[in-house]
Design a protein around this ligand. Structure first.
Ligand code: SF4
Ligand code: SF4
Length: 691
């Protein structure tokens, strides 16, 4: 009776404390800006089952994945036994379910999982503390985060050990025929401890059994109340967080509605009196309350596993940016703001902010928006959207964009391209070629099937001009019904958006959309994956709905349809490796088209260590192409070039103007440009197609 009362008191305290901690976390998450996520429910459920329950991303690293599943499944299964423990505790019985047939088999089954939990936890402890894996020893993983991980692992080992001691002592007491200990038959794992315990007196055994029972139950209750203060809160949040995760292509960046009206008025698209009365408090995010609730839920869901940081090209090359730290900083700042708001109300202000005080400009501007982090994160956290919101604040409110990047943005604003070239020179790349221009084609009464989007790099970058010329050569060879916008094309705005200058992005986008819609363009083919992503995924938010394909997809289709015959022996002695552009591969899931096209070219193909979804960024995305890299051990493009050279290739195939610039530079710095060539896939096709 007394023990039942004590048990009920402990249970009530546990439930109350847990409820209180969880309420605080929910309140903190609600400090974020509203975000309505009600779309694609069946896809959301599917994603949750695959990623949160099925642990599909964990298993991509099989050893750690299997160990994690052992802990996760083991802990859930073992705690089914809590049903019996709780019932015993409340009612005052002992092994209330012992009457069930095969009771000892069921307990043995739980014991197998308990052993798996111990094995996995000990391995994790060794991995964290003995093996010195770099991701567990980064700057953000000292002090509390390090201790927290160890506390949890040790607690789990102790809880399982208590379970085994309790079961072993119970079996010896049963064998001694002590009343109260119902006969259950032997248990599989704890049975091995029985000989060790059989010499103990009855009172010692009763103490061990009782201590094991109380330790297990109190340990689980304490664990439950510890979790909200630990990274292990992810065991609860992972399910809703994955359910509400981003389903759009990884490289899609959401539209800033607050800017759209202003830009439309400035461009004369809508009259000034259509402006809403609502003042925009702040553009982008300076502090956690400027982020959305989903960003804040992400922060509480982070497991601190460091997989994101492990694949981050900036971090790999020694720069300060660690995507894990971005998320941990967001959570730490939210905890402070949450406490402040709870105490002082919504007016709370400690003169600190996430931007600057927690996350430095150096970290912020080192991101290439490659999405290696989001791809890797086992709980679908979106680091890039937080980085982007902080960049938007930097750009729109603080005007603190890095100088060289700012110069490129000024060029876009003035000339429609990130370089200082005149808009009227946008067709110089096509000199001597037969390239139909949309205005002429339309005025001749025709409507071309495709619009070939040349891009700023295609129009002005000397090396990349050769790529677009090669592609046009193929289009003409295929007698494709196409046209270009010519001097009516302007920069897509991709760089402006990634640099946080949403005003400039929307101006560029709206201007281009007006031209494209004016010509009733339906299908667009792009060679630049950044423009491909922007036109395909982002222009639709501003009224530009087009079917957009990448040139490698176009070439894949043409080869598959038998329209484009490739042969000859131009590359038959060549070894080609392909570098996946982040904005085509990870961003838009296209890994096959470029490889299928290359497969059609007689040559040897080799893959780099990091390929497809695990490809390493070239270092140019997210505006990096137009700024100095942050301080680190080496340039990202050098790391990627070294990976390419390790394959023994003599051709690095690319499918993006930025990748081409970076890899070409890498080959030059490695003094390999004479022996290893960098070609775009369009160039390889143009050189090997049968005319
Ligand atoms: S997007 Fe790429 S560069 Fe940016 S934080 Fe993620 S992994 Fe690092
Ligand atoms: S953000 Fe994701 S990948 Fe990075 S440490 Fe947290 S859980 Fe791991």
């Amino acid at each position: 009776m007394i023990s039942s009362i004590i048990f009920l008191i402990v249970l009530a305290i546990t439930v109350f404390l847990f409820y209180r901690s969880v309420s605080i976390i929910i309140k903190n998450i609600k400090l974020g800006k509203p975000l309505d996520i009600k779309d694609q429910q069946s896809k959301r459920w599917k994603t949750m089952f695959l990623v949160a329950i099925g642990q599909s991303k964990m298993i991509k690293r099989p050893v750690a994945g299997i160990l994690h599943i052992m802990v996760y499944v083991g802990f859930i299964i073992v705690n089914i036994e809590m049903l019996e423990i709780m019932t015993d505790g409340i009612v005052g019985t002992h092994r209330v379910f012992a009457f069930l047939p095969f009771y000892n088999v069921i307990i043995s089954f739980f014991e197998i999982f308990a052993l798996a939990v111990i094995v996995a936890c000990l391995t994790f402890l060794f991995r964290r503390n003995g093996l010195r894996l770099s991701r567990f020893h980064k700057a953000e993983m000292t002090a509390w985060p390090k201790l927290d991980a160890n506390i949890i692992l040790i607690t789990e080992v102790l809880l399982m050990t208590a379970l085994f001691s309790m079961n072993a002592a119970d079996q010896v007491l049963q064998l001694k025929g002590i009343e109260h200990y119902s006969i259950t038959g032997p248990f599989l794992i704890s049975g091995f401890l029985v000989p060790l315990f059989s010499g103990f007196s009855v009172s010692t055994l009763e103490f061990i059994e009782g201590f094991g029972w109380w330790f297990h139950i109190v340990g689980v209750f304490a664990f439950l109340n510890y979790i909200p203060y630990s990274k292990h809160f992810h065991v609860f949040l992972v399910f809703p967080n994955v359910y509400f995760s981003k389903l759009k292509p990884a490289t899609y960046i959401s539209n800033m509605e607050a800017v759209t009206t202003e830009v439309k008025i400035a461009m004369g698209i809508i009259p000034e009196d259509e402006a809403g009365t609502e003042e925009v408090a702040r553009f982008g995010a300076k502090d956690v309350r400027d982020l959305t609730w989903k960003n804040l839920a992400d922060a509480y869901t982070c497991t601190e596993c460091g997989r994101c940081t492990d694949v981050c090209p900036a971090n790999i090359t020694g720069k300060k940016l660690s995507p894990r730290k971005i998320i941990m900083d967001t959570r730490d700042r939210l905890e402070i703001v949450g406490k402040g708001v709870a105490k002082e109300g919504a007016e709370f202000d400690d003169n600190k902010a996430l931007w600057g005080d927690f996350i430095s400009p150096e970290e912020l501007w080192a991101c290439t928006t490659c999405n290696a982090c989001t791809n890797e994160c086992p709980v679908n956290i979106d680091h890039v959207s937080i980085i982007m919101e902080l960049r938007r604040y930097s750009s729109l409110e603080e005007a603190s964009t890095p100088a060289t990047l700012n110069a490129a943005l000024t060029n876009i604003e003035n000339n429609g391209a990130p370089w200082q070239y005149a808009q009227d020179d946008r067709m110089l790349w096509a000199e001597g070629m037969d390239v139909p221009v949309m205005a002429d084609v339309i005025s001749a009464g025709n409507k071309p099937e495709y619009l070939f989007w040349v891009s700023s790099a295609g129009a002005f970058d000397d090396r990349y001009k050769k790529v677009v010329r090669s592609f046009v050569k193929i289009l003409n060879h295929l007698k494709t019904d196409f046209a270009v916008l010519g001097i009516e094309e302007s920069d897509s705005g991709d760089i402006a958006r990634r640099a946080g200058n949403e005003m400039l992005f929307q101006m560029q986008a709206l201007m281009n959309i007006e031209v494209l819609n004016g010509y009733e363009v339906k299908k667009i083919v792009c060679t630049d994956p950044h423009d491909f992503n922007t036109l395909k995924n982002e222009y639709s938010d501003l009224g530009g709905n087009f079917e957009v394909i990448h040139h490698t997809q176009f070439l894949q289709e043409q080869i598959a349809a038998g329209n484009l015959e490739i042969g000859g022996d131009v590359f038959k002695d060549s070894t080609i490796t392909y570098h996946d552009p982040c904005y085509l591969g990870r961003g838009n899931g296209e890994y096959d088209a470029p490889r299928d096209v290359l497969a059609a070219i007689p040559s040897v193909k080799v893959e780099m260590k990091n390929n497809k979804a695990f490809s390493l960024c070239c270092g140019a995305g997210g505006g990096q192409m137009f700024k100095e890299a942050e301080e680190g051990d080496k340039e990202i493009y050098m790391e990627r070039t070294e990976q390419a050279l390790k394959t023994g290739c003599n051709i690095v195939a690319t499918a993006c103007p930025f990748c081409m610039a970076m890899i070409s530079d890498g080959l030059k710095y490695k003094e390999k440009e004479d022996t290893v060539k960098n070609y775009d896939i369009a160039e390889l096709v143009a050189m090997s197609m049968k005319l």
